[in-house]
Design a protein around this ligand. Structure first.
Ligand code: 5RP
Length: 228
């Protein structure tokens, strides 16, 4: 079973949580792309939903598939958010943002009554931190924030796109920051949020309610309430 097939199976399993009348948050990335395709297919078969998107790319994909996508700036709360992750631990804490959308993703996840992560087996870790924590930074504060991240024990690299810095959907920079294995993710997340110039970061501490994890073709649902 390929990693892509596991991503697709996790997405299909989570799609079963989507019911008529729901306002659904669409994640970003290759796993979320399978979800968007599946929801578009189900909508063509009669599922009545509306969506909000966590990135311009997901917005475009959803609209191309025929889904009704509401501008999130007009939306205060949604029913369900389904998104991928780069790492997720046994307590449903996650690192997100390899796809650069973690700021919008966290807003939409927090606005959701329920947030579920869809992932292939490679994303499950015993301890967060092999992946870098993406930190979105106002360009004005780039050097200052890099220094503050170093003082927190992080080694940061400005994410590139070709020869230029990567710009997020909001026009900000990303500092991909390695902290090594993170002993206390909640404390690190709090410290990152307090640095002036940090727009947001990819540590998700208590946003995720459940994980659909697909490994070798088998999908397991892990509820956060059971995990902690
Ligand atoms: C985007 C994200 C993605 O959900 C995360 O990077 C996982 O991506 P993929 O499903 O392609 O492995 O956080 O900002």
């Amino acid at each position: 079973m390929s990693q892509n097939e596991d991503k697709r199976l996790a997405a299909l399993a989570a799609a079963d949580e989507v019911r008529d009348g729901m306002l659904v948050g669409l994640g970003t990335g290759s796993t979320a792309a399978f979800l968007i395709d599946e929801l578009a297919r189900r909508a063509r078969d009669g599922l009545r939903i509306e969506a909000v998107a966590t990135s311009l790319a997901s917005d475009a994909q959803a609209k191309a598939g025929g889904l009704t996508v509401r501008p999130f700036e007009d939306v205060a709360a949604i029913d369900l958010c389904i998104d991928g992750a780069d790492e997720i631990d046994g307590a449903c804490r996650a690192i997100k943002g390899a796809g650069a959308a973690m700021v919008r993703e966290k807003i939409v996840a927090t606005a959701a009554t329920r947030m579920v992560v869809i992932a292939d087996g490679c994303k499950k870790v015993a301890q967060l931190g092999a992946a870098p924590v993406p930190v979105e930074v106002l360009p004005f504060g780039r050097a200052f924030v890099a220094r503050a991240l170093a003082e927190l024990g992080g080694k940061s690299t400005l994410r590139p796109r070709g020869d230029a810095p990567y710009l997020t959907d909001q026009g900000n920079l990303i500092l991909d920051t390695h902290f090594g294995l993170i002993a206390d993710p909640a404390t690190l997340a709090r410290h990152l949020s307090l640095v002036p110039g940090v727009v947001g970061h990819g540590l998700f501490i208590d946003e995720v309610d459940a994980l659909y994890l697909a490994e070798g073709g088998t999908v397991t649902r892990i509820e956060r309430s059971a995990a902690i």
